[in-house]
Design a protein around this ligand. Structure first.
Ligand code: PMP
Length: 396
């Protein structure tokens, strides 16, 4: 069977591969605790589900406009003003099948072959793959636990060349939980102001899962407003991963280009999800706050618990729902026949020896780390930490 060469430019996300492996082992009857997937373990709030039922009953089952139903585009503008102090007209926002499609649209509609895209590591798996698909060049900048995984202005400036076209980052960050403060962003903006041709993609999908309070968007800086694409969605803050609904806000030319692109790819997001999305953005935020409180409690359990394991080094995430421990002190150690040489072997060891599924840090450009999602029950987290501590303790 002949398959297209472009498939060779990127691989299946490791997050999805690990979840698949985990399901296979569970199907064999093993008691596996899966900490691999980035998905809230809560149900979508009832008022949002009811809005979908009503939408179906009212006949909102036809093709929606490609860029999104007017009610949702308007609700997104209201939300951006209310929560972020950002002013956008409906023509400057576009709805897609998940934030993932918004990112794909933005990257594939602006990157030409050879354009350089600066991505601070650790980064969310899909950015690099989409840049490769667009035949751009990824320029990864290594950010370490010493700066809480934040890129410094000096690192940013050093990575910029004449070919730099884009900068992509997430705050709160998947996988590190790092949150950029207004001051952190201001320091990066001072660099961007010297390089007006660089477009910024600001992935804000974990906006509401923020433990320090107060989300800041780089688009709030007047000099960045017309060169930033803000990407956001419903999956995390409203526990709506399966509804596949996300959006972008940005310069009109880019939004129009993305509309043309999306018109050939998906014809836009699901009409029923979109009606529910209006209610999510304009309705009761109490369920979102409750979920965030639960994530905070779990963070306050799992981070100290992991930090207590001898050999584990870890930052304290201020947002999202991931722990990202550095486990490189175990590289070279063995248990029985098994020697752990890298993050992938560690993830496999913890799966087979500890029955806990994690994701190797190299999937996020950080091969000394593992990512553990704490979007699961306290009971699961307590057991998982016990198993991990035990498995790591066996390595000599
Ligand atoms: N950006 C980041 C940083 C994410 O973690 C995810 C989901 N894991 C997405 C985007 C994509 O979200 P969606 O479900 O809206 O496609």
């Amino acid at each position: 069977m002949q398959l297209a060469d472009r498939l060779k430019r990127f691989s299946e996300p490791q997050t999805i591969r690990m979840a698949k492996l985990s399901r296979e082992l569970k199907a064999q009857g093993l008691d596996i605790i899966d900490l691999s997937l980035g998905e809230p373990d809560f149900r979508t709030p009832e008022h949002i589900c009811n809005a979908a039922t009503e939408a179906m009953n009212a006949g909102y089952t036809k093709y929606p406009p490609v860029a999104g139903i007017p009610e949702l585009r308007a609700a997104i503008c209201t939300k951006l003003q209310r929560d972020n102090g950002l002013q956008y007209a409906p023509e400057e926002v576009m709805v897609s099948t998940g934030a993932k499609q918004s990112l794909a649209n933005a990257i594939l509609c602006t990157i030409n072959p050879g354009d350089e895209v600066i991505i601070p590591t650790p980064f969310w798996v899909t950015y690099g793959a989409l840049v490769q698909l667009a035949e751009g060049t990824n320029v990864f900048v290594d950010c370490t636990i010493d700066t809480d995984f934040k890129i410094t202005p000096a690192q940013l400036e050093a990575a910029i060349t004449e070919k730099t076209r884009m900068f992509i980052f997430s705050s709160p960050c998947n996988p590190t939980g790092t949150v950029y403060s207004k001051e952190d962003l201001a320091a990066l903006v001072a660099v961007f102001e010297r390089y007006p041709n660089i477009l910024v993609i600001s992935d804000e999908i974990y906006e509401y899962i923020n433990f320090r309070g107060g989300h800041e968007s780089i688009a709030q800086f007047p000099s960045m407003r017309n060169r930033t694409v803000v990407v956001n969605g419903f999956s995390k803050g409203f526990a709506m991963t399966g509804w596949r609904l996300g959006y972008m806000a940005g310069p009109k030319e880019i939004v129009q280009a993305c509309e043309k692109f999306q018109g050939q790819f998906t014809s836009g997001a699901n009409s029923i999800s979109q009606r529910a999305g209006v209610v999510a953005l304009t309705g009761d935020m109490a369920p979102t706050k409750l979920m965030t409180e639960a994530f905070l409690q779990r963070r306050d359990f799992i981070i100290p618990a992991l930090a207590n394991i001898p050999g584990v080094k870890i930052n304290n995430p201020e947002g999202a729902f991931y722990a990202f421990p550095d486990i490189s002190s175990f590289f070279g150690k063995s248990f029985g026949e098994t020697t752990i040489n890298n993050d992938e072997e560690m993830a496999m060891y913890l799966l087979h020896e500890g029955h806990v599924t994690t994701v190797m840090g190299s999937a996020f450009g950080a091969n000394r780390c593992l990512r553990l999602s704490f979007a699961t029950s306290m009971g699961n987290l307590e057991n998982a930490v016990k198993r991990i501590a035990e498995a790591l303790g066996k390595l000599k």
